[in-house]
Design a binder for this molecule. Sequence first.
Ligand SMILES: [Fe+2]
Ligand SMILES: [Fe+2]
Length: 133
Amino acid sequence: MHFPWKEEYEMGISVIDKQHKYFVSLINEIYDAILAGQTDKKLKEILSKLIDYAKEHFDTEEKYFDKFHYEGSDEHKAKHKELKKSVLDFQKRLKEDKVIVSFNLVNFLEDWLGEHLKDMDFKYKDCFKQNGL
Ligand SMILES: [Fe+2]
Ligand SMILES: [Fe+2]
């Protein structure tokens, strides 16, 4: 596994931890697909799966932000929006050079997820827990 799940990512909120773990597994899936020299079609499929899943995960977090009147909501939603935009840009650029763009994307996603977890997601941890998650 290229990008291992780390204990420090664990927030103790099972619905969120489960989604983050799946997110990490999708990043690994893209990496493996590149290494295995998978076809463009396959790579695009996995990438769309990841984009759909990112959306689903962000929707979950944002649903709770609204429900719990989380104070950091706007800032956090803006970060999600940025990521969606970046990934869509990568998706467009895939046509240029599949392998280089894909590797860049995997590195970008790893950095982004690790940072986002630490800098943004952990901030809502107490709020979510206080509200019963
Ligand atoms: Fe998250
Ligand atoms: Fe988030």
